[in-house]
Design a protein around this ligand. Structure first.
Ligand code: 6PG
Length: 466
């Protein structure tokens, strides 16, 4: 059998979809899986594409079936399984080979693994892959982190299988080692906030205005033809209009209100805090998921403290403007984290390019990302999206709607954690003089920490102890 251009180990949902995508592009792929039954399942699904899939039941066979220098993509659960695979592969691979982790790994792990493999003369790539199963099968957005040599070897393959936005492949090299996985983590953080914003707007319409799910779905469908267009809005519009075949109820009405998570949203918040930043919109979204999982406690609290939500009078255009404002502010926080990390790790991340490769294929793809890409290409003051000349008028127009929605929701007892976090961040950032003078005075009074004084150089103390 001819040797394959790339190997793919791990034939779960994403791995098998990627294998078929590669095969469809005529790229010969050596495939392997821990449970060898999985290999047959993919070959069955592949039909005529199976001609490009080279199955191997052992790691030795898989490695021997690859062109040298080898390219081997792992599509396996992150954490321990990746370290175990690396340990198993190290004696089998040779200098200049490239091992690629296509899972959602913590970028700290990716940096550690890249350093380990580099010590053996091997390249290690952290490849963020977004788009779910359909994206993996027909064109994902991919965030590559690794050496320039490994990018040179993989670029053509990745560009061939990537999603395209007006012909531009949605894949690029973000930088070295952990960059691809870091950018994917921030993507997922924004994904959490985007999803929760949709859930909150649904909640206001459903519980505050007594709209049935399908009506909300139809409204979202109309929004998806305008500036709010996004993949997540489109799928939410669709899912809201589905009915349960068993009961005839709207499908969402029979789904439990407790959501799971795998951790990437949380990682983005943790990294933001580590870097002295705050991703308050994403933190609110992660918190909302955490609390959603505490079903019993919420039911007990409702019984003890009351769960009344009053009716709301908010029109759909105001809601859509509020959603736009919250989305811009959420994205702005995500891009600030990318910029801060880039400076801290000396990565040289290209924020405009990141927005560009998120315009198609990934879960957060949206028209807004095209605006954001244009805004970053024009180098906004201080690298701040909220100061970009094309974004400022949109915020000036839409934030009053966000304020109206959050005020009405709060007054009527509806929980809107992400909408309000976005507004709170906006209101904090637009104060050129805030309230931290009080914090400085407190710190000085209880701990002699000293403070800076307006218009004077140096560290000062107050007259507190005189
Ligand atoms: C993507 C998604 C994908 C996955 C999330 C789900 O970009 O394709 O982000 O990676 O669906 O990891 O994450 P949670 O299980 O944490 O919601």
């Amino acid at each position: 059998m001819a040797q394959a251009r790339i190997g793919l180990y791990g034939l779960g949902t994403m791995g098998s979809a990627l294998a078929l995508n590669l095969a469809e592009q005529g790229i010969p792929v050596a495939i392997g899986n821990r449970e060898t039954d999985g290999i047959g399942a993919v070959l069955d699904k592949a039909g005529p594409l199976a001609a490009h899939l080279h199955p191997h039941e052992t790691l030795d066979g898989l490695v021997a079936g690859l062109k040298v220098p080898r390219l081997l993509l792992l599509m396996i659960p992150s954490d321990a399984p990746v370290d175990e695979m690396i340990a198993a592969l190290l004696p089998r691979l040779a200098p200049e080979d490239t091992l690629i982790d296509g899972g959602n790994a913590d970028f700290h792990d990716t940096r550690r693994r890249a350093a380990l493999l580099s010590g053996h003369g091997l390249h290690y790539v952290g490849l963020g892959i977004s788009g779910g199963e359909a994206g993996a099968r027909h064109g994902p957005s991919m965030m590559f982190g690794g050496s320039i040599e490994s990018w040179d070897r993989l670029r053509d393959i990745l560009m061939t299988i990537a999603a395209r936005y007006e012909g531009d492949p949605c894949v690029d090299r973000m930088g070295p080692d952990g960059t691809g996985h870091f950018v994917k983590t921030v993507h997922n953080g924004i994904e959490y906030a985007e999803m929760q914003v949709l859930a909150e707007i649904y909640g206001l319409l459903h519980y505050g205005a007594v709209w049935p799910a399908a009506e909300i779905g139809k409204l979202f469908e109309t929004w998806a033809n305008g500036p709010l267009r996004s993949y997540l809005l489109e799928i939410t519009a669709r899912l809201l209009q589905h009915h349960d075949p068993e009961t005839g109820h709207p499908m969402v009405d029979v789904i439990t209100d407790s959501a799971g998570q795998k951790g990437t949203g949380r990682w983005s918040v943790i990294e933001a805090l580590r870097l002295g930043q705050s991703l308050s919109t994403v933190e609110a979204a992660v918190a909302a998921r955490n609390w959603s999982a505490e079903k019993d406690t919420r039911q007990a609290v409702q019984a003890a403290l009351g769960g009344a939500r009053d009716l709301l009078e908010i029109d759909a255009p105001t809601l859509s403007e509020a959603m736009l404002a919250a989305r811009i502010l959420g994205h702005a926080q995500g891009f600030r984290l990318l910029r801060t990390a880039s400076e801290a790790y000396d990565w040289g991340l290209d924020l405009a390019r990141i927005a560009e490769i998120w315009r198609a294929g990934c879960i957060i793809r949206s028209d807004l990302l095209s605006e954001i890409a244009t805004a970053f290409r024009a180098e906004p003051p201080g690298g701040e999206l909220i100061l970009a000349p094309q974004i400022v008028p949109v915020l000036q127009r839409s934030v009053p709607a966000l304020r109206q929605v959050v005020s009405a929701a709060v007054a009527a007892g509806h929980a809107v954690p992400v909408l309000s976090a976005a507004l709170q961040w906006h209101d904090t950032m637009r104060q050129g003089f805030g309230t931290a003078n009080i914090l400085q005075a407190q710190r000085d009074m209880f701990g002699r920490h000293g403070f800076a004084r307006l218009g004077r150089e140096g560290v000062f103390h107050g007259p507190w102890w005189d």
